[in-house]
Ligand binder design. Structure first.
Ligand SMILES: Nc1nc2c(ncn2[C@@H]2O[C@H](COP(=O)(O)OP(=O)(O)O)[C@@H](O)[C@H]2O)c(=O)[nH]1
Ligand SMILES: [Mg+2]
Ligand SMILES: [Zn+2]
Length: 350
């Protein structure tokens, strides 16, 4: 428990949220930000400090995620209201037909990859699609620069060249605090950043460097049901530069859902080329006068990029449809239960 108090703007409050408040809500409730997510409860921060909220007491908060803003009514028995986020990252939950929220109200995403076998252009494109869809700025952070020589680094950087022309790329040794300081420009007061990337690339090392232990909003451990300590890994920490940072645990499986705009934005070059194909519905396979295939043959476009583009488009369409169908089935099942309960009630009352 920390004694420290933060203003709403230090916690990342923006004018966009003010617009969502009624006069009554302004008088009778206070905004709080979700800074830690546990299995059964949330830790939230507001101007008067931190609070714990039970998810069992307020099931409407099950659809919230770290970084979201809540309105907590002064009357404690009233339910909190979840405010609409400015941005939200989501993926398809591994092993279930639902969307899983990763984080809300993020300003900058650091896509972290290391200069070794983890470096994978197609995976970076996947993270870029996610950030584009969420309309969040992306900064690519390449760690373990100390383990490869300049020449090797350059070959990696050359590969990145075609990915996105305005992409900011930082090369760091995450074990050097001076190197990590390069990220601080994005982590100023009122800013919220997230670290995305596979396990082992250096996200926690960066977090520890940018955040002082005393500034951490809380410890990241809680007892699990068996009395062991488990790390939830879902905490927003204050950086020394005054902003908030979320260290997302490595996502072994990052399946895209509802991400068509994001994918298309990352592959804008292919979209542009496609406008010059002879057929409007060209699939860029073996159609005549295909501008995309022509660009591949001339070396202007990498074949891998076309393959990844089409794969990611198909994947997000398939996942979005599966999730929508599964919601529809749930709704139909709910209606079936409701109508059978109604029928029973009518029988009893007749
Ligand atoms: N040499 C070197 N080791 C690093 C660097 N970044 C991270 N590591 C090491 O890689 C391991 C995994 O780092 P960690 O921060 O836990 O990765 P995370 O899983 O992304 O949170 C640790 O042993 C770090 O010390 C780096 O830039 N250079
Ligand atoms: Mg980690
Ligand atoms: Zn084509």
């Amino acid at each position: 428990m920390s004694e420290k108090q933060y203003s709403l703007s230090q916690l990342g409050w923006k004018a966009f949220f003010n617009q969502q408040l009624s006069l009554e809500e302004l008088e009778q409730s206070n905004p709080y930000r979700i800074t830690q997510v546990f299995r059964n409860r949330l830790q939230i921060w507001g101007e008067s400090g931190e609070l714990d909220v039970s998810l069992a007491q307020f099931p409407n908060l099950q659809t919230s995620t770290i970084g979201d803003w809540l309105l907590m009514p002064n009357e404690p028995s009233f339910a909190p209201r979840l405010l609409e986020p400015l941005s939200c990252f989501q993926r398809k939950s591994p092993g279930s037909n639902t969307n899983q929220l990763i984080a809300s109200n993020v300003d900058t995403a650091f896509i972290v990859s290391s200069f070794n076998h983890d470096f994978n252009l197609s995976r970076i494109e996947r993270y870029l699609a996610l950030t584009k869809e969420a309309q969040v700025d992306a900064v690519l952070v390449l760690t373990k620069a100390d383990l490869v020589d300049q020449e090797v680094q350059q070959t990696y950087l050359d590969q990145l060249h075609d990915l996105q022309s305005q992409l900011v790329v930082l090369c760091i040794n995450a074990n050097q605090s001076e190197d990590c300081k390069q990220l601080e420009g994005w982590c100023g007061v009122g800013q919220t950043c997230v670290l995305l990337g596979s396990s082992g690339v250096g996200k926690t090392t960066i977090t520890n460097s940018l955040c002082t232990t005393s500034e951490k909003t809380a410890t990241i451990r809680e007892d699990d049901s068996k009395g062991r300590h488990t790390t939830t890994g879902r905490s927003l920490f204050f950086t020394q530069a005054g902003g908030l940072l979320l260290d997302c645990p490595g996502m072994r499986e990052l399946q895209l859902t509802d991400c068509e705009e994001g994918v298309k934005a990352v592959f804008d070059d292919i979209q542009q080329l496609a406008t010059k194909c002879k057929f409007a519905d060209c699939e860029h396979q073996s159609e005549p006068q295909c501008a995309v295939q022509k660009a591949i043959q001339s070396g202007e476009l990498e074949q891998r990029r076309l393959i990844n583009f089409q794969k990611m488009l198909r994947e997000q369409a398939r996942n979005s449809m599966t999730i929508a169908q599964s919601h529809q089935k749930d709704r139909e099942f709910g209606q079936l239960i409701k109508s059978s309960l109604d029928a029973k009630r009518n029988m009893r009352n007749s």
